[in-house]
Design a protein around this ligand. Structure first.
Ligand code: PLP
Length: 396
């Protein structure tokens, strides 16, 4: 008996373009996204490309990004949460969606009802999966991907537990292991040794399962870094960051020069003032003018994703030229020093992330540069752009 789905899963809400009173916003360029997919496909060399769209598509807005990628030929999608998978189905995505995070709790029925592919990472889950089939919730055997932990100690069946799990699977014909996956901990490390060792263990896991009669059709392990290095391509690849135009670096050198950043974050100067030499700026007076200065206020703060760690460290672009962030970034605003930006005025565009062409030149600030200033990684820079910043989708 099929029952109507209880809407257990709350849907996130984020600022819509129509809410954009403030000039702070993120532009998402679909042409660059499609270009990156083509680059990724070339590197995948025939392996299926499953775009990783966890954390709202790395901050770009998962539903819109998924629709664009599906039309452009992505073979499937990976998300971390059930909620994220549901959101993509509701956006009309028909391609396979793998829920990598594996925390299904009471939502396993929803996973099945939405035709999401669950990841089996613990022997204890087999029984719950099988029960759904026995209860008639799923017509045939339930397809799952089995995740093995080959050296990250995060999620997955350990090599020690794998033989027991393989034997147990034989007792559950209701559960069919169609995919086998692992995740590389050091894909962007200069030393390829740790990845090679993980891949060796993954092959060992594959052989062990085969001896128990379990032969997954799709094996996958590569994230962006592994893919761009030509490691562990197997049957499918799982790139995230590269699709958004940022190449992971190995020893400071990007693994690709072909990718194009997809997101550009911009705002405008809302107030401009002259200050005397010695005048303090911002909370805690952490910056004082070393000369008579012109200070501009931006309507963007750490609650929007402009990290507080950029206080007195980061830069933005005004009229095509760099201006330093001065004083402590506050929740909703930040100040920049535009003393050297000739002609800077209220309503001038300020680029926080991305490129700008202006009367004073052309420059770009990448997620990697921001990450270096904020002591983090490009992944966090992108996912930190908060839901308060509306996303505008561009078709050039
Ligand atoms: C995030 C993630 C990816 C994608 O990683 P990128 O470095 O962004 O390409 C792939 N697989 C798993 C399991 C992940 O968690």
């Amino acid at each position: 008996m099929s029952q109507p789905l209880v809407p257990r899963i709350l849907r996130p809400r984020r600022a819509a373009p129509a809410d954009a009173v403030r000039p702070t916003r993120a532009d998402v360029n679909f042409e660059s996204l499609r270009h990156n997919l083509r680059v990724v496909k070339k590197h995948a060399a025939g392996a299926r490309v499953w775009a990783v769209l966890k954390a709202d598509g790395y901050g770009h807005g998962a539903p819109a990004v998924a629709r664009a990628l599906e039309r452009a030929g992505a073979d499937g999608f990976c998300v971390a949460l059930v909620e994220e998978g549901v959101e993509l189905r509701e956006a009309g995505i028909a391609a396979p969606i793998l829920v990598m995070g594996g925390h299904y709790g009471g939502a396993l029925e929803e996973v099945v009802a939405r035709d999401l592919v669950p990841v089996l990472h613990d022997a204890g889950q087999i029984e719950a999966f099988a029960r759904l089939v026995r209860a008639g919730t799923v017509p045939g055997p339930l397809d799952v991907h089995l995740k093995v932990d080959t050296g990250m100690a995060r999620l997955g069946v350990t090599m020690v537990d794998l033989p027991g799990l393989a034997a147990r699977l034989a007792d559950y014909p209701e559960v069919r292991v169609r995919g086998l996956m692992t995740h590389l901990a050091c894909a962007d490390a200069p030393d390829e040794g740790p990845s090679a060792e993980q891949i060796r263990l993954f092959d060992e896991a594959t052989a062990l399962l085969a001896r128990a009669g379990v032969r997954p059709e799709v094996r996958h392990a590569a994230n962006s870094a592994a893919l761009l290095r030509g490691q562990a391509r197997l049957d499918a690849v799982r790139p995230g960051l590269a699709l958004f135009g940022i190449a992971p670096c190995v020893g400071g050198v990007p693994l690709s020069e072909e990718l194009r950043p997809v997101m550009r974050v911009r705002t405008e100067i809302v107030e401009l003032r002259g200050v005397e030499r010695g005048a303090p700026v911002g909370y805690g007076a952490t910056w004082r003018a070393g000369r008579p200065s012109r200070i501009a206020t931006l309507p963007m703060g750490y609650a929007d994703g402009l990290s507080r760690r950029l206080s007195n460290r980061g830069h933005v672009l005004v009229r095509g030229k760099r201006a330093p962030v001065v004083g402590a970034v506050s929740m909703d605003m930040a100040m920049i020093d535009v003393t050297d930006i000739e002609g800077a005025s209220v309503r001038d565009e300020v680029v926080v992330l991305g490129a700008q062409d202006g009367p004073l030149g052309r420059d770009a600030i990448g997620a990697d540069e921001i990450a270096a200033h904020a002591d983090t990684i490009a992944w966090e820079v992108l996912t930190s752009v908060s839901r308060r910043v509306p996303r505008f989708y561009r078709e050039p």
